[in-house]
Design a protein around this ligand. Structure first.
Ligand SMILES: [Zn+2]
Length: 104
């Protein structure tokens, strides 16, 4: 399956592929968002779990994050019901965007 090749893609193509095939919320990336518990940054993406295929053909993922200071776990979803929709953090109630990702 073609999604598997995504991790090897860099540069403009990587961003051009956001949506139908992939999103930038990959494991081990850091997010400049404050922890709901200790209010420190950043959060690290601990896990991404495929949830379902939406009616528009995009893939929904659950993204599990953890605080790099206290370990508090939180989560959000990408392509929630349709492509490009990102939910807020379940506990932190903050919105998440690709701009929150720290450079690798
Ligand atoms: Zn914390």
């Amino acid at each position: 399956m073609f999604y598997q090749n995504y991790d090897g893609v860099h540069g403009e193509d990587r961003w051009g592929m956001v949506g139908k095939i992939g999103d930038p919320f990959q494991e081990d990336r850091l997010l400049a968002l404050a922890c709901a518990k200790c209010h420190c940054q950043p959060l690290v993406i601990a896990e991404r779990n495929w949830v379902t295929t939406n009616n528009d053909g995009s893939q929904r993922y659950q993204i599990r994050v953890a605080c790099t200071h206290c370990g508090f776990a939180d989560e959000f979803a990408v392509n929630a019901k349709k492509e490009g929709v990102i939910t807020t953090l379940k506990h932190g109630h903050q919105s998440v965007t690709p701009a929150d990702l720290l450079a690798e």
